[in-house]
Design a protein around this ligand. Structure first.
Ligand SMILES: [Zn+2]
Length: 290
């Protein structure tokens, strides 16, 4: 079955409003001008340095065990390090957080993955992954938690790169770093494309949970695009990265499960090419792979 066949809004069941709050707190701290980055070498030698803070609850301890067992942070760091040089080592630490949303902290110069994110993501996917035996469903939830975690970590890496290399961003930074996350995931193996699909399914589930309600001031004023927009954007860029491979993502005769309206899908290959060329231009001095 083509991987994109898994992108189906019809599979999404209602999720709790608490789960819908997942990821809304991704807070890149405002970036004051940093004299130290102005003198950064054009080609950095830094890497993501994984670390685990002591968990502050039994739930967080279980999340740490999950992250270690699946090598979530280690594999994401290795994947990014194989592609992009950093101007200095950047901690990628797992920690107990008050709000369980991973974030880039410009002042501290580190990416934090919150242990609580594992359970929040698990709650979302336990309502999405409803096919198969209990063991199969549990395995699917685990895979999706790993996948979404990778998507979120590469999103935060995007914030880090913007700050560390003082990259220009026109338009919303949250959208720009979403584009980098999809680009990284779509430029690797099938496993990483599946990670992108996990993230797409998460946006879809959270969108469905809030559909019918007015997003209100909080939704319209948020720095992030709304969940439904992120669902279609991520689906569009992944489809655009390889239209033949992800053809099942497009709505059409004989494929009513396709999630992308044909009008948007027609633009997606060009959108992805622009994303690809723009990020390659911005990161050119720092790329380890063409
Ligand atoms: Zn963000």
């Amino acid at each position: 079955m083509p991987a994109a066949a898994r992108i189906r809004p019809g599979r999404f069941l209602a999720v709790t409003l608490a789960a819908a709050a997942l990821l809304t707190g991704c807070a890149a701290t405002p970036a004051p001008s940093s004299p130290s980055t102005a003198s950064a070498p054009a080609r950095g030698t830094g890497r993501l340095a994984v670390a685990y803070d002591a968990p502050r609850s039994p739930e967080d301890r279980a999340a740490r065990a999950f992250l270690r067992a699946h090598r979530v942070l280690e594999d994401a760091a290795a994947y990014a390090d194989a592609r992009i040089a950093l101007p200095r080592d950047v901690p990628l630490r797992a920690a107990s957080c008050e709000a369980p949303n991973p974030y880039w902290d410009e002042k501290a110069g580190r990416i934090t993955y919150c242990y609580g994110f594992v359970d929040d993501a698990r709650r979302v996917f336990s309502r999405v992954d409803t096919d198969g035996t209990p063991a199969e469903r549990a395995a699917a939830v685990d895979e999706d938690v790993v996948g979404l975690s990778n998507g979120v970590l590469f999103h935060e890496l995007g914030h880090a790169l913007v700050d560390l290399y003082d990259l220009p961003v026109t338009g919303r930074e949250e959208d720009a770093v979403d584009q980098l996350a999809v680009l990284l995931l779509a430029s690797g193996d099938e496993r990483h494309a599946d990670y992108a699909i996990s993230a797409i399914n998460a946006w879809g589930a959270m969108w469905e949970a809030s559909e019918g309600g007015d997003p209100g001031v909080a939704g319209y004023s948020d720095v992030h695009s709304m969940d439904g927009q992120r669902f279609f954007n991520w689906a569009c860029w992944l489809y655009g990265s390889d239209p033949a491979r992800f053809a099942d993502a497009v709505d059409g005769e004989g494929n009513p499960d396709g999630v992308l309206p044909r009008d948007r899908a027609a633009l997606c290959p060009a959108e992805f090419r622009r994303v690809d060329s723009s990020w390659h231009t911005l990161l050119a001095p720092h790329l380890k792979q063409p």
